[in-house]
Design a protein around this ligand. Structure first.
Ligand SMILES: *Cc1c(COP(=O)(O)O)cnc(C)c1O
Length: 395
């Protein structure tokens, strides 16, 4: 199998697995228990919190553990707008290509009377600080813009966006699920007020994540119950998962430089190779993108069919289009950067990890190129284009 879907999830690192073991077999006590056995778990939890905080330039008291990126996004948004509403502010500024954990939460907030404004995304996959500055209003209660896009890999100028928000006194949340563990994240230097992260995107366990909340920014609980996480997130802490997350993050950052260099090289090869397929286009900026991200649209191809053909060759990849409830809607991200519906349907996302090899990249290139040829040969629409009856949309 060739795994090229690291933006969907990653294999746990050995370090993460080993860090979890003792907290399942030996130190499995409840951190809220007062006896020493429970307190040993509490101490480990508190040390892990400090280690994770250190990895993003935060203080331990600013880290709240959650079940992952989706919960962190939900809590950040709902909490920030509740604080804004108390001051009569009901305008939320976000972008058209956020993850559904953000977009679907915004949709709910809209139903509750908030006004949601989604900034348009440039064709290169970018949102610029000036756009945010121009759109912030006196009644804006929250700006939420993702750090790096999970489909097209573009990386936002987070520090600049944060600076604009700070100057205007508006809280700034960023969904950094694709960034943490893969880019150098520093919440202080980058003027971030709230940040979501998820362990399974950086070789930690699934079902654990964190929300960073800057000191002084109020945080409301989504889940009520016990006093865990200083009363902001009830439920017995998942100590093994937290230990795995801390180990995975430290390990990712320890190898950040070498992994980034390796991924840059693999990614460039893959982009160059796939660019040779006629009537194709790279999504997102060529340079300013996540180290392992390669995203293309191929005209005259259905993304889902392409994925199935790649799967037959043992290649795990992903398509931009989310096939929800039988209706084949093209990806909102590709539409946001201006791809026509027809083109957006032919999308392919390959996200590489440090374990991928040059040989695998070669095999992926060959398989994609053959699959695209095969699917085009079967398409009546493609035949019309090839003989000039219809126009090509991509050169
Ligand atoms: C994966 C992902 C999420 C969701 O994280 P989970 O931990 O799976 O809930 C949110 N935002 C982005 C950008 C992601 O890539």
């Amino acid at each position: 199998m060739i795994y090229a879907d690291h933006a969907a999830t990653t294999k746990m690192s050995r370090a993460a697995i080993e860090a979890m073991h003792p907290y399942m077999e030996e130190l499995w006590g409840n951190p809220s228990s007062l006896y020493g056995f429970g307190q040993k778990a509490a101490e480990a939890l508190s040390a892990a919190r400090a280690r994770i905080a250190g990895c993003i330039g935060a203080s331990p008291e600013e880290i709240y553990f959650t079940s992952g990126g989706s919960e962190s996004d939900n809590q950040a948004l709902r909490s920030a707008v509740a604080a804004g509403e108390r001051k009569g502010k009901k305008h939320i500024l976000s972008s058209a290509f956020e993850h559904h954990a953000v977009l679907h939460t915004l949709r709910q907030l809209e139903k509750q009377g908030f006004e949601v404004e989604l900034l348009p995304v440039h064709e290169n996959g970018m949102i610029y600080p000036e756009q945010v500055a121009d759109a912030i209003r006196a009644d804006t209660c929250l700006v939420t813009i993702m750090y790096a896009n999970n489909e097209i890999g573009s990386v936002m100028p987070v520090a600049g966006i944060g600076e604009v928000c700070r100057k205007k006194g508006v809280p700034f949340h960023t969904d950094a699920v694709q960034a943490v563990g893969h880019l150098a994240v520093d919440v202080r230097a980058q003027n971030v007020d709230m940040l979501s992260m998820s362990a399974h995107k950086f070789q930690g366990p699934k079902g654990i994540g964190a929300l960073y909340v800057k000191k002084g920014i109020p945080l409301l609980p989504l889940i009520e119950g016990g006093a865990q996480e200083r009363g902001r997130r009830a439920g017995t802490e998942n100590v093994p998962a937290v230990m795995g997350m801390a180990a995975a993050l430290e390990e990712s950052l320890a190898h950040l430089k070498e992994n980034t260099e390796k991924l840059f090289a693999l990614r460039t090869k893959l982009i160059d190779g796939l660019s040779r397929i006629p009537h194709s286009v790279l999504n997102g900026d060529r340079k300013n993108r996540l180290p392992g991200n390669v995203s293309f649209c191929f005209e005259g191809v259905e993304g889902e069919s392409l994925l199935l053909l790649l799967d037959e060759r043992g290649i795990c990849a992903s398509s931009g289009s989310a096939c929800t409830s039988g209706s084949l809607e093209p990806s909102h991200v590709l539409l946001a950067i201006g791809r026509p519906h027809e083109v957006a349907h032919g999308s392919l996302r390959l996200t590489l990890g440090a374990e991928n090899t040059e040989e695998e990249v070669r095999q992926i290139m060959g398989a994609v190129s053959e699959a695209v040829d095969y699917l085009r040969a079967m398409s009546p629409l493609w035949k019309d284009k090839a003989c000039g009856k219809k126009e090509f949309l991509l050169n």
